[in-house]
Write a protein that binds this ligand. Sequence first.
Ligand code: C2E
Ligand code: MG
Ligand code: MG
Length: 706
Amino acid sequence: MLRDELKVYFQPVVRCSDGRISSAEALVRWKHPEMGVISPGDFIPELEKNGLVSQLDHFVLGKVYQFQKFMQEKGLKYVPVSINLSRQDFYNDQMINDIFSYRMQSRLPGGMINYEVTETSVAVLKENCAYYLLQFRKNGAKVLMDDFGAGYSSLGMIGNFPIDIIKIDKTSIDRIESQPVTRSIITAIIDVCHKAGLSVVAEGVENVSQADFLRKTGCDYIQGYYFYRPMSEENFRDLLISSQETLDQMDSPNSQVSETAGQQVNSYNLLDLVDHSGQFIQVCHPEDYSMVFANEMTRNISGHPDEPYQGRKCYEYMLGLNAPCGHCPMKQMGDETEKEIETDDGEHIFRLKARFTIWNGRRVFMEYGRNITETKATQTRYTGQIRSILEALPDGQGVFHMDLTADRWISSGGHAQNARNMQNMESVDSLIRRIGSFVPTPEGQEEFFRIFCRDAQLKAYQNKQHQIVHETESYYDDRSIRWSRITTHLIDNPSNGHIESILYGVDISREAKHIQELEIEHLHGKQEKELLQKQVRMAMEMYSKADRDRRYDHLTGLYSRLSLNEFLEKDEKEQPKEIEAAIMLDLDNFKDINDRYGHAAGDRCLRALGSLLLNFGVSRKIDFYRYGGDEFVGLVRDPGTDLSKLSSDLLSEIRKVCVKYGNAEIPLTACIGITSDGKDCQAMINNADKAMYLAKHHGKNQGCTV
Ligand code: C2E
Ligand code: MG
Ligand code: MG
């Protein structure tokens, strides 16, 4: 604060009846080197916003004491000076303590420094403010209610608060001449105040008609430009010196503190000033440890919630927690007036704020704090969690600790400390991008970001996933590229409710190599298996081809002799007799055809006959087999077959065939033997064979049915 530029001005207050100076108000001015005098209305609100106004008031308090002390020491007559207190002063121990201690040290008579409070402060602070005001009064000072009528003041306040003087605000005074109702109100206020034993000051009186009205209504004092403007300390001193004969010290008709009001206010205490929701509070006298106050929470912790604490030694009352031993916060204070302490009673952990302060005008030791046992336990869990993550890491491994909620990185350890420009990371995402740059390929970097960006991490956390793992290639310090397993643990920080993430990478190149080898092995196994399968498939194909070859005659497409044998074997063993008749067929002159046209022509004739027999047999339920070179066997299944007709039909079909070979046309004829005679199939074939030979015997191109 620019103390040199701050000046305290004084505005005299005169007695209404005779205009004699009876007191003054201290008003601050800021003498700005360039901007000139700045009035408090322009800079005090700013100081209030920044919590600095108490420093200013403290400064004014000191200056006013100096002034009064000067007058006192010079043996001059002087008048009470009031200083303006702002609401924040009531929360400022230094200010409040000095209000009391300056008075003691200065040895000024009581009532030479008074305090102006605004009705809004009083209304907001209520009992707390009342308690202090009462202490001021006990200390001999007067309390002035400033700006009365400017806000939401009510006359009810007058009876409920320890106030000596009411200052009617200038806004009301301004309306005296124009508003009859204001005149009535002012008259009523003055009347009520007098009845309640309070004096009245009219503020901002600027003309004679206002002054005349006030005088008539019995107003006690006037402060206004009509008499005096605020003036510098020097001018005020000179004024006082020149007015020594006429000075009249302000007095209130009833400056005695009302006993009932006192008792009422006494039931409030200093501690009400502190927001103590969820806090335990106790106050003791430091000389003998006797307890003067313990709130409900403290009483509960002490184990005797209903027992009176007054007069008890604090260590008797709060046994364990506060005994005058190593545990007692008072012992730990040393010369300090305020200290934050953590202590425990073996069962609970408490975070305390302990301080020496003034209470009821007496020095007291006061503690207020919270039971942080639960918080501690969760905090211990949290730190334990972090420790166990870090301990599991190889030495010097890079670790990034980030706060996802606040979107910032908290710290980095191991190799990560060396990471370039980490200090400039303004968000989690820029950090993740930076870490991701250790992945060699742009696609890999994108994937890395997609997996670990802040949104992805938060989403994982919301889905109750507390870990994200990703394996990727990374550049190492020696520029080698190795495999890393990147892991992030998502944890809650109980102290601020934030979600944090601890991210680190572990070199898994060896592991990855091992896996690769296993994969290759696996691959080999796979290949071998495939090869084997292929071989099996081929063998199966070959087998089935062989089987087919075996079962079918490759030239004619009819069943082979082998198939016939198999069928006959089966028939012998298990098949019921289902063959009605057997046909034996032999091509005529086949040897001649071969000899004359060659084997190829012979083959063509056999193929032609084969396809004829195939077609012929399908419709008539006859299976034909190639029995030998040009011999064929047919097994007739249809029981209703007319065997003679069958013989003639087959012969006529064969006669229709004329095989073309080169220019030659080779007609086909055959001899057929058909029989249904025989105990089994084989016997039927034998008999059919005999019948066929019979037919041959009778000439070619004919059949014999027996
Ligand atoms: P306030 O406490 O009500 O002070 C009275 C104000 O009325 C002063 O304004 C004074 O100069 C002005 N005044 C007195 N008589 C007349 C008059 O006849 N006509 C006119 N027009 N004005 C008159 P100032 O000095 O500008 O102070 C304004 C306010 O700033 C004060 O109102 C007070 O609330 C605050 N203030 C001043 N000094 C301090 C301080 O040291 N600490 C704190 N917390 N507040 C201060
Ligand atoms: Mg004032
Ligand atoms: Mg005022």
